[in-house]
Design a protein. Structure first.
Length: 128
C-alpha cells in the first residue's frame, strides 16, 4: 500500500532580510582563513602585509581572500592618497550590521514553532 501525503498549502517562512545575500556571506565566511581575516579586521584597519604576518600567509593568498571578502561587500578597501601602492582594509559597517541583524533574526530561538506535519502518523493519519 503506497503512502499518500495530503497536499497541504506549505509556505516557506519569510524573513525580512535577504536570505540569498545572507547565504552568500555565510559561504564566504565559511572558509576558515577568510573568517580569521574578518575577525582581525573587526579590530580595525589592516594592510595586506600586516594580515600576512599575523596569519603567516603568503601575500598572494591574503590578496585572494581579501578580494573575495571585498566582492561580497563584507569589507572595504581604501588606497592611501599619498601612495596608491598601499591599500587598507576594514569591515564594511553597513554589511556587518545587516549580517548581525539577519543572523540574529534567522537563529533566534524564539522563532521555533510548534508546526506538525499535515500527513503521516504524527498527524494522527492512520494510513501512513
Amino acid at each position: 500500500m503506497a503512502v499518500q501525503c495530503v497536499r497541504s498549502k506549505v509556505e516557506a517562512p519569510s524573513l525580512t532580510s535577504d536570505l540569498s545575500r545572507l547565504a552568500e556571506w555565510l559561504r564566504v565566511l565559511g572558509e576558515p582563513s577568510r573568517l580569521q581575516i574578518f575577525q582581525l579586521l573587526m579590530q580595525g584597519t589592516y594592510c595586506n602585509c600586516e594580515l600576512g604576518k599575523v596569519l603567516s600567509m603568503a601575500p598572494n593568498l591574503i590578496s585572494h581572500h581579501l578580494r573575495v571578502l571585498r566582492e561580497a561587500g563584507l569589507i572595504t578597501a581604501e588606497r592611501d592618497p599619498r601612495d596608491a601602492r598601499w591599500v587598507y582594509y576594514s569591515i564594511n559597517r553597513q554589511a556587518l550590521e545587516a549580517l548581525h541583524h539577519a543572523c540574529g533574526e534567522l537563529f533566534d530561538p524564539r522563532r521555533l514553532g510548534e508546526r506538525r506535519p499535515a500527513c503521516g502518523p504524527r498527524n494522527g493519519d492512520q494510513n501512513g
